[in-house]
Design a protein around this ligand. Structure first.
Ligand SMILES: NC(=O)c1ccc[n+]([C@@H]2O[C@H](COP(=O)([O-])OP(=O)(O)OC[C@H]3O[C@@H](n4cnc5c(N)ncnc54)[C@H](OP(=O)(O)O)[C@@H]3O)[C@@H](O)[C@H]2O)c1
Length: 432
């Protein structure tokens, strides 16, 4: 029977979940695959504290497995697979690099360290003839990395839409269902442990942008770096706009969008209205989903739990078994460098429809002045709705545009005369 020793870097939610699941899998692995997988060392910050936390969680990790020194994991010759569950860019990326340099397969769930150091980690893995697995870095248990990297490798993917951050999807879902404002729902999410005490990484779209850079690189076979992704979070979204949008047939989601048309690539993360009948519009709560379009696969959608210790552990254990059994690791086929692929032309002038809410003085002639501004930039209006506003003498004017270049929409908005017509919200709409 093949004996495989693992080392863990970090043992919080995910490390604990993987430890538990490996325990449950032992018998199956022995019978089915003739392998025995055991954890030999676990890096923690403080052994005494880790023992106390594990006891509280009911996680039976023997004290002798714990170490406070990374090299006990990354440099131990008996360990063949290092699993990184620390989070954050550094020192996680450095430790993974060291493990790879010592000829160990590396498995990570860490999108930040991967998105920012992928080139170096892959180069080191290739040099050492070992593998780098990261299925849980995007979409938790959803097997989207394998689908893009292996199953659809021969297809030509031209569009990806992803709900790839559970915290923001949870907040937007509750705002839509309960008509509550952002701050109130965020506080609730924090109380329930669904949002961090400092929620910036999630609500400002960084987390989704790290993940989108990984997905887009795999899908388009070229490096899309984090810096290349336009980003807007959900902090300015109001329950009122969600409700007006719904009345017009749209549902709001924080989407990661990546499109490729010839050499032109656009990558962006922002709140987006989708037609309410779109399959992504029905992905609620903390669920994640990724919608993919390709020349041959056409439309497909993967949906599931994007977070949580056991769903994520399930994806990671899949990577562990693959690493334990693999003879020849598979690397993405694109040239993985620190820079955006020079064959791509990145654009910030994508075609988009827009939902625009204006607070307009309620008197004749205002509509004509607004229409004039849009006409000057050749932005045509698809529909318009007038609603009462809280301010006396004003009305909410809601416009949905036809597709137009992003910059033309922005220029049209800059032409509005603020004294009669104030911009309150601009949310992009995908009519897909
Ligand atoms: N949670 C999820 O549902 C989920 C889903 C998908 C992917 N992921 C990814 O999985 C990774 C782990 O997430 P998690 O939720 O398990 O986080 P977590 O509960 O905070 O666990 C991380 C653990 O690593 C420890 N750690 C951090 N730096 C360390 C260092 N230098 N030396 C030793 N130990 C160190 C932390 O100790 P302290 O607590 O003392 O800092 C903590 O125990 C992250 O990359 C995350 O993005 C998480």
């Amino acid at each position: 029977m093949k004996q495989v020793c693992l080392g863990f870097l970090g043992c919080g939610n995910i490390g604990g979940g993987v430890y538990r699941l490996l325990g449950e899998m032992q018998e199956t692995l022995k019978e089915r695959d003739n392998i025995s997988i055991s954890v030999k060392k676990i890096l923690v910050k403080n052994i005494d504290e880790a023992v106390a936390i594990n006891e509280k969680k009911g996680l039976c990790v023997p004290r002798e497995l714990l170490t406070e020194h990374a090299e006990d994991v990354t440099g131990d010759p008996a360990i063949s697979i290092v699993c990184e569950f620390m989070g954050g860019e550094q020192p996680a990326a450095r430790f993974m690099q060291e493990a790879l340099a010592h000829g160990k397969h590396v498995i990570t769930a860490n999108k930040v360290a991967l998105a920012l150091n992928w080139d170096k980690l892959q180069a080191q893995a290739e040099e050492s003839h070992v593998g780098l697995w990261y299925e849980a870095s995007v979409g938790g248990v959803i097997p989207v990395i394998r689908v893009l990297n292996v199953n659809l490798e021969s297809d030509r993917i031209d569009r990806i839409y992803g709900i790839i951050n559970g915290t923001t999807n949870y907040i937007l879902t509750r705002m839509a269902q309960e008509g509550k404002d952002y701050d109130e729902v965020l506080q609730d999410a924090q109380r329930l442990g669904l949002a961090e005490p400092n929620p910036a990484t999630d609500v400002e779209g960084m987390d989704a942008a790290y993940k989108l850079s990984i997905l887009a690189s795999l899908a388009f076979h070229g490096r899309v770096t984090y810096e290349q992704i336009y980003r807007e979070g959900i902090t300015q979204v109001s329950a009122q706009d969600i409700a007006f949008g719904r009345e017009m047939g749209y549902t709001l989601k924080l989407l990661g969008i990546a499109k490729k048309d010839g050499d032109v690539v656009e990558t962006r993360v922002h709140p987006t209205f989708l037609p309410s009948q779109h399959p992504l519009a029905r992905v609620d709560g903390s669920l994640n989903a990724i919608f993919i379009h390709g020349t041959y696969c056409r439309d497909m959608m993967l949906q599931g739990r994007g977070a949580g210790d056991m769903p994520t552990a399930s994806a990671i254990c899949g990577d562990i078994v693959e690493a334990a059994l693999t003879e020849k690791p598979h690397y993405p086929t694109f040239r993985n460098t620190a820079h955006p692929d020079p064959a791509f032309t990145f654009t910030d002038n994508w075609q988009t429809c827009a939902y625009i809410r204006l607070s307009a003085v309620d008197r004749p002639g205002v509509l004509a002045r607004v229409s004039e501004c849009f006409a000057k930039e050749s932005v045509s209006i698809a529909s318009m709705l007038q609603k009462e506003a809280a301010d006396e003498g004003r009305a909410n004017l809601i416009i949905i545009t036809h597709p137009a270049p992003e910059q033309s929409i922005r220029r049209a908005l800059s032409l509005l005369d603020e004294s009669i017509c104030r911009l309150e919200a601009m949310i992009r709409v995908e009519q897909e």
